[in-house]
Write a protein that binds this ligand. Sequence first.
Ligand SMILES: [Zn+2]
Length: 274
Amino acid sequence: MSNKLAFIMLDGLQYKTAVEQMGYLGHLVEQKKAARYLVKSEVPSMSRPLYEVLLTGTLPHKNGILTNQTVRLSKEESLFHLTKKNGLTNATASYYWVSELYNKAPFVQLTDRFQNDENRTIQHGIFYSEDHYPDSHLFADAHYLMETYQPDFLYVHSMNIDDTGHKYTADSKEYRGSAIRADIILANILPQWIENGYQIIITADHGMNDDGDHGGTLNDVRDVPLLVISDKVRPDDYDQVVRQLNLAPLACHLLGISPSKEMIKVELPGLLNQ
Ligand SMILES: [Zn+2]
């Protein structure tokens, strides 16, 4: 494996559903190919605030992204900023809020879908703006970015699990089914990405409750999975709870770059060579 990293964020995927429904990921854990953890998300367990937590390693009260309606560029140093600063190439296939946080705000649907400019914070971006944009297409967008630009850091952000949870609740065959479909997509694509030399992170921003919502402080909306496939992390099924603030500095460690001065020192069982 190289220092390249594909960071996959499955929006709205609760820990319990990931463990119970995603058999390909479960196979990787059982066969000691992946490390799995339970991450406790920060609160509010809302999307845009937690995108900022995941990508900058800072808390909402510090970074000011406190609601989904906070439409402005981030003032923090994100993984996109850090990779670019270190001379690495970054790319993302993501929901448009990621563009609004790190490249351009507000998002203009007609012109901002494809963004290629190596001078910008996000160098290669493909953005969607419909919550039902199919995960299959999203992962194909990400694969295109990988094949075309060979980015050192590729951030992949799907939305169908969250969208389905809002429509049918977390306790529904539809929500569980959307997790199974994401697992199948991963089974089709990850072996090739790993073969391409990429380390893999899979996690979520927040979970989902049985009202079809999230935002609060209970386990169903705060407990999310983290899987890591890397020769820098010893594979196992860990039972220690991991703070979500660890994700950004963990990504830096895997990429071989220094974290920002705002990020915490990574606390992750099984992390090697720190
Ligand atoms: Zn949501």
